[in-house]
Design a protein around this ligand. Structure first.
Ligand code: HEC
Ligand code: HEC
Ligand code: HEC
Ligand code: HEC
Length: 493
């Protein structure tokens, strides 16, 4: 028998001879295994080379499944966006009803469709289905609404002309939403972010290219790392429908809320507005989902961490590293999304994110309460008989306040993308809405109203919607104190 002490490292005599043989055999086996490993590596290399002989993909291939022949891993992960059960404290793919969670929002959006239907976003594969089912689409909705929803958009823009940089033609936007419905089959997919010939990341939507150009940024100067965020900025941004319903980003003066507000105010003498508020009569701007804009003000953007770094981290499978195309909340995949850079435990990372989000949410709640009261205070001033001149300034203040609140509220991620800036913007909201309320109290005092305003019950989505309905039907509840009835000149906006 081979004694351990003789075999390792070496021995003498009979047992040493046996050990010598054993060593030869061991070396042989080792060499054989190494050979196998080398062969397998070579095979992988060849596989990788064979992979480069890819099936050609048509220039306007909008069906993501057709890309799967060449890129099965990316397609497989992309398909995982079909699951809709994941929940995090403030996000996840579950389509939660944001109005049920926060009935105050019904009041803030009074007079526009968001007060009827406002659900949390879910995976990209649902984009066509969800836009077809939202109550926010009306018979008059322009085709512009399709821009962020389907891979069929780039082809139709090429066919019809859609805000071309050279010609300026924009017949795509001139169409009606319903007219193009039969053509919009495929949800957000490969063609939205990739050039099928080279697989390079590509900006497929002219609105982003135009906005960058107006800011003096030429497409050639964009770095690869910037592209890893800009593909998302095609859709995850604030926008409005410009002349002839052309999709336009209000970025000319900058990406912060005050700068976008200055842009909107400069569009016409009375300033651009999305709708007139059904309770206060203020001309309002609805912020869409300025994810890219808010992210730009945060520490991750400052340190060049892209959207894809967190939302599309690398995955390894069979020795191959590839990009995870299951775009979702990074909290559902902390190990790959965050822990590659942050050496904290997963639990610590999650606590850190939720701690940040709780603070933003708390500031947001306060902003929402004071905003809702500001709208009611203006309505009370109207009921007390205040004239249009007196109302102009308070309506301007509530418009400014709410635009800022919405910049944070409509952004996904509950402020995580830039916590300090989110809270600063909410502080501005509370300040502006507070100024509005003080001025309303002065107007009311001049009209002889000194008692407290009677704010209606808006504690559930249904109750809040009933209040909005009453205002829209010109039968608002009496907001003035008991002893004071609406004045003779009182009218709803
Ligand atoms: C440093 C990592 C990081 C970067 C960079 C980042 N995000 Fe996020 N994002 C998060 C986290 C964390 C959340 C919160 C997820 C949650 O609450 O479940 C989030 C939430 C979101 C959500 C909502 C997801 C949900 O399930 O509620 C969207 C949409 C989103 N981000 C888009 C973007 C876009 C677009 C960019 C780039 C402009 C970006 N993110 C950059 C980490 C990041
Ligand atoms: C929302 C944008 C987006 C969509 C949609 C998208 N990709 Fe990607 N894809 C990316 C990003 C970002 C990368 C990383 C590219 C880089 O850094 O070079 C990437 C990388 C890739 C790569 C390079 C290899 C790798 O994994 O890093 C392939 C192949 C690919 N995607 C295939 C697809 C396919 C197939 C689809 C459709 C099923 C698709 N992509 C949909 C954004 C997207
Ligand atoms: C062509 C437009 C478009 C592009 C490009 C795009 N998105 Fe989206 N994204 C959407 C829309 C629309 C939704 C909501 C879909 C729904 O709810 O039906 C969404 C939803 C999401 C969600 C929510 C998913 C969930 O499970 O909660 C995340 C996260 C997200 N996008 C991140 C990104 C990131 C990161 C990029 C860039 C790599 C990106 N998106 C590129 C339009 C786009
Ligand atoms: C590619 C690297 C990278 C990734 C991925 C990344 N981070 Fe970071 N993160 C950074 C850098 C760099 C900083 C800035 C640190 C500094 O400058 O001191 C930072 C800062 C932070 C901070 C401190 C912010 C502040 O204002 O002080 C938090 C919290 C954070 N990251 C959370 C996350 C979470 C959660 C994820 C995943 C969703 C994530 N990070 C993903 C690189 C990354």
């Amino acid at each position: 028998m081979c004694e351990p002490k003789c075999c390792w490292p070496f021995g003498e005599g009979k047992s040493a001879r046996w050990c010598g043989c054993g060593l030869v055999i061991l070396l042989g086996v080792g060499t054989f295994l190494l050979g196998l490993l080398a062969a397998s590596i070579l095979e992988r290399r060849q596989e990788a080379q064979v992979r480069q002989e890819l099936q050609p993909i048509a220039a306007w291939q909008s069906d993501s499944q057709a890309w799967a022949i060449n890129y099965p891993r990316q397609y497989h992960a992309y398909r995982q966006m079909h699951q809709t059960e994941s929940r995090t404290r403030y996000g996840g793919s579950y389509p939660r009803d944001l109005l049920e969670e926060t009935p105050t929002n019904v009041i803030l959006f009074a007079g526009m469709a968001f007060s009827l239907d406002y659900k949390q976003a879910r995976g990209h594969v649902y984009s066509v289905e969800d836009v077809l089912h939202t109550q926010r689409i009306t018979p008059k909705t322009p085709a512009t609404c399709w821009t962020c929803k389907s891979t069929d958009v780039p082809r139709l823009m090429a066919e019809l002309g859609g805000g071309d940089l050279e010609t300026g033609a924009k017949p795509f936007y001139a169409k009606n939403f319903h007219e193009l419905k039969p053509q919009m089959v495929h949800p957000i997919g490969c063609l939205d972010c990739h050039d099928p010939a080279t697989m390079q990341l590509r900006i497929s939507r002219p609105a982003l290219l135009q906005a960058l150009k107006r800011r003096g940024i030429q497409p050639e100067s964009i770095s690869h790392q910037q592209m890893r965020s800009l593909v998302c900025a095609q859709c995850h941004v604030e926008y409005y429908f410009g002349p002839e319903n052309e999709l336009t980003f209000p970025w000319d003066r900058g990406l912060e809320p005050g700068q976008m507000e200055a842009y909107y105010d400069g569009l016409s003498p009375e300033g651009f507005s999305d709708w007139t508020h059904a309770i206060s009569g203020a001309r309002m701007v609805k912020m869409q989902h300025p994810d890219y804009e808010l992210y730009q003000t945060g520490v991750h953007a400052y340190r060049n961490v892209s959207c894809a770094d967190c939302h599309m981290p690398y995955r390894t499978e069979g020795g191959q590293k590839y990009t995870d195309h299951h775009v979702q909340s990074p909290l559902l995949n902390i190990a790959n999304s965050c822990a590659v850079c942050h050496r904290w435990s997963e639990k610590e990372i999650q606590d850190r994110v939720e701690g940040i989000q709780d603070r933003v949410r708390s500031a947001r709640d306060r902003a929402e309460r004071v905003l809702a009261e500001a709208h009611f205070d203006i309505a009370a001033a109207v009921q007390a008989g205040a004239d249009e001149n007196q109302l102009q300034e308070v309506r301007r203040l509530v418009r400014q306040a709410q635009l800022r609140w919405d910049y944070v509220a409509a952004s996904n991620g509950m402020g995580f993308h830039s916590p300090q800036f989110a809270v600063q913007v909410l502080a501005e909201t509370i300040d502006l809405a507070g100024q509005c309320r003080v001025q309303c109290a002065q107007i009311l005092a001049r009209q002889g109203v000194l008692g407290p305003i009677r704010y209606p019950d808006i504690s559930t989505k249904e109750k809040a919607q009933a209040v909005v309905k009453a205002f829209r039907e010109k039968t608002p509840p009496n907001l003035l104190p008991e002893q004071k009835q609406p004045g003779p000149s009182a009218k709803t906006p």
